[in-house]
Design a protein around this ligand. Structure first.
Ligand code: MLT
Length: 311
């Protein structure tokens, strides 16, 4: 299958949990979803003007990275913030938690956020490791070492197309669907909650599959209908059934109630963070599409341009 930009979806796979993604899976684009709350919060942070978000597996690593970055470049002091959660609450010593509302322009504009959450950041970093995609160097390049270049004596590794990686939220669903329709193969990876799949992520996956397939369902597309895996068909069905039960006026309220009743929602209710659920249910309110490239999340490049550059 080709992996050029400007095509149309030929295949869409939904994975309800990161562990269900097969090793070496390399679609043209992948979308990570953790509606409650990591990918919603990253979207809110970038929309509020944060320069970039760096996902970090463990809180200790984030603290260490901040110290090292500040030591190597003292001018960075004040421009680096630590954000994230464990057990839903702000990590000790961190500047910000995992609530979208924490990430106001006053707090984050122009800043770099070192960000660590229980499931969301883990899903992104695990996918990168398992897909065999190396974030440190370009495809086909040999590792750089001191001394003479190994490249002179060894044949280059075969170049593999890089998977473009995006982060999803209800906030930017319309912008995401617009962006994702240009990729022939798309994988949607739900972060889940504590190793269980969770309905809020599947619902957003279903909404996006439904929007991507709309041209075929309204008779406006004569090319073959994209192939969907069973989970993508199921997610689409779940979203469309939900949509049938609401009116345009009640949609956002009902979506909020749906998220409230989900596994992720239950965890947040327990720690009195229902306002975060309300914020995560604000459908189609932002145009920001976060893209993960070379270890960093920033607003996505325009389709067809080099990844990792602000449009
Ligand atoms: C996560 O990454 O595990 C979630 O965002 C958890 C949370 O919302 O606290």
């Amino acid at each position: 299958m080709s992996q050029q930009i400007g095509e149309f979806p030929e295949r869409i796979d939904v994975f309800p949990l990161p562990d269900l993604v097969p090793a070496g899976y390399r679609p043209a684009a992948v979308l990570f979803i953790d509606v409650l709350r990591a990918t919603t919060t990253v979207t809110a942070a970038l929309a509020a003007g944060a320069e970039k978000v760096i996902p970090v597996m463990e809180p200790d690593q984030a603290l260490q990275m901040k110290r090292l970055l500040e030591k190597s470049d003292p001018a960075k002091k004040g421009s680096l913030l630590l954000g994230g959660e464990r057990k839903g609450v702000r990590i000790e010593g961190f500047d910000l938690g995992n609530s979208p509302a924490d990430y106001t322009p006053e707090r984050v504009a122009g800043k770099t956020i070192l960000f660590s959450t229980t499931n969301g950041t883990r899903a992104i970093l695990t996918f990168e490791r398992n897909s065999g995609q190396n974030s440190e160097r370009g495809e086909g390049e040999l590792p750089r070492r001191g001394g003479p270049s190994l490249r002179q004596s060894a044949p280059p590794l075969p170049a593999a197309p890089r998977t473009r990686s995006f982060l999803g939220s209800f906030l930017s669903a319309r912008a995401l669907a617009g962006r994702l329709r240009a990729f022939p193969t798309l994988g949607i990876v739900c972060a889940g909650t504590d190793l269980h799949y969770t309905e809020e992520d599947i619902l957003l996956a279903g909404l996006l599959v439904s929007r991507l397939l709309r041209p075929w369902e309204t008779g406006g597309e004569s090319r073959p209908r994209p192939l969907l895996n069973v989970q993508a068909e199921t997610a689409k069905y779940l979203w469309e059934s939900f949509l049938e039960s609401v009116t345009p006026e009640t949609l956002e309220k009902r979506l909020y109630e749906k998220l409230l009743a989900s596994r992720g929602g239950e965890n947040l209710r327990r720690i009195h963070l229902t306002e975060d659920i309300r914020d995560a249910a604000r459908l189609d309110t932002l145009e920001t599409v976060p893209e993960y490239t070379f270890g960093t999340i920033a607003p996505a490049a325009e389709p067809g341009s080099a990844p990792g550059k602000e449009s």
